[in-house]
Write a protein that binds this ligand. Structure first.
Ligand code: BTN
Length: 267
């Protein structure tokens, strides 16, 4: 990774960048940084060539071929009174889809809330975490993009793909990181001003893989009694609107409910 190229492409959208040859998890590194009194250096981007303990959502492990993919975390200080944390997750998925479109000319879709999918397989995962230190709240947006890898562990090889597999071309990680972060920071600054997702709702819904399709809902692995529902897209708070068979529509939030398509992983 060439950090001087990355810095020049980032157009001052972040204040600090840290590149690590190897780290346990860029999210964990960002968390440790937040304790170091470095508010004046935020937003802070951390990226690495290799994570030894990459973390996924719901306590899962995130595995990635060293040197080939993108693993990065952005540490942000939430403004006073800001409570829209889960919305940052949706914004990051949108930023990744747009950056991939620009850099790799590939059209991906989003599986709510924040998996980026190409051809029914996952190409990017996002783990957003929050921490409070004293009176301050910090947001850590962790993004893993399967970029140039050709190899996946057996347990995920049927569910995962990479930009290289999809396009046959090696992609510049510096360019893709910079585009993603630049898009994200623009969206995030709008979110802080507007305080809801009304400004990207239509764009997000146009990329939603389950839009107007049947989905299965569950909470703590217990399926909802009226499955399947029809997914109608997100509302302005980032919840997913779902319609039951009797025509009632309600919003579910990502912390509470998991959603999957009827035809396997991503549909
Ligand atoms: C998921 O889909 O389960 C989320 C995966 C998030 C992976 C990224 S890679 C960079 C950052 N550091 C981590 O340990 N996890 C996130």
């Amino acid at each position: 990774m060439d950090i001087s190229i990355l810095k020049s492409l980032l157009c001052n959208s972040v204040n600090s960048i840290k590149y690590l040859e190897e780290v346990d998890s860029t999210n964990n590194y960002a968390k440790r940084l937040a304790f170091e009194n470095i508010d004046d250096q935020l937003p802070y981007l951390i990226t690495t060539n290799d994570q030894t303990k990459g973390k996924g959502r719901m306590g899962r492990v995130w595995k990635s071929e060293p040197g080939e993919n993108i693993a990065m975390s952005l540490l942000l200080k939430a403004p006073d009174g800001f409570s829209n944390y889960s919305s940052t997750t949706l914004l990051s998925a949108l930023a990744v889809v747009k950056a991939i479109r620009d850099i790799a000319s590939l059209s991906c879709l989003i599986k709510w809330p924040n998996d980026v999918i190409y051809d029914t397989k996952k190409i990017c995962g996002i783990l957003t975490e929050m921490i409070s230190i004293g009176n301050s709240n910090y947001i850590i947006v962790g993004i893993g993009i399967n970029t140039n890898s050709n190899l996946f562990p057996d347990e995920i090889k049927d569910k995962a793909t990479s930009l290289y597999i999809a396009t046959g071309k090696k992609i510049s990680r510096e360019e893709l990181i910079a585009k993603t972060i630049n898009y994200f920071m623009d969206y995030y600054n709008d979110l802080i001003k507007i305080n809801d997702l009304s400004f990207i709702k239509d764009e997000y819904n146009s990329l939603l893989i389950s839009k107007d399709k049947e989905v299965i809902l569950s909470s703590d692995n217990i399926p909802f009694p009226e499955n399947p529902y029809i997914s109608r897209g997100i509302d302005s708070n980032g919840g997913l609107l779902v319609e039951s068979k009797n025509g009632q529509t309600f919003s579910v939030t990502s912390g509470e409910v998991s959603v999957r398509g009827l035809l396997g992983y991503a549909k």
